[in-house]
Design a protein around this ligand. Sequence first.
Ligand code: GLN
Length: 196
Amino acid sequence: MGARIGVLALQGDISEHIEAFKKAVRAFGSEDSVSVIPVRRPDEVLLLDALAIPGGESTTISRLIEKNNLYTPLVEFEGGIFATCAGMVVMARGVDDPRVHPLGLMDYKVIRNAFGRQRESFEADISITGLDHPFHAVFIRAPVAVHPGNGIKVLGTIPEGIIALEQDRFMALSFHPELGRDPRLHIRFLKNCGLL
Ligand code: GLN
């Protein structure tokens, strides 16, 4: 059986992540050995090699994780996790909003909607450690990470805070690479997981 990449399909920009991963896989000619599928159930998570937790609304995604009995399967998941925006909120060890029950898989705290109303959405070219030219990033009511622990590698920072982090097989981004045309971060994550 080939490798399986899942996109947590509870709420948010699910189809965009599926397309972005398919594009990354095609770029390496691996579409026959790697499949990309939406997942909603614990038994589906168990079969995956990697999982994306998409952008959306972290309070909703967190509630649906509990409702679908996914909290423990996600905490115990042994594959890689690629978390964007609301996904980055869900991955943290702590969140400034009690409605979110974070998975605590990555060692940072997160501030939701960190850019205030005036700057709810914006785009910026940001430098990311390991990428040879800047990444055009789309931020939508984005979080920032603070207080990273020792195991965290900070990949990108802007004046408001940390916007890209890696920890072992996990990557968390406060922007939306799935909404742009640049597959470099999806590719990097899949390479980190040994899937490309
Ligand atoms: N502000 C949202 C949250 O905390 C995230 C927004 C997004 O994913 N675009 O859930």
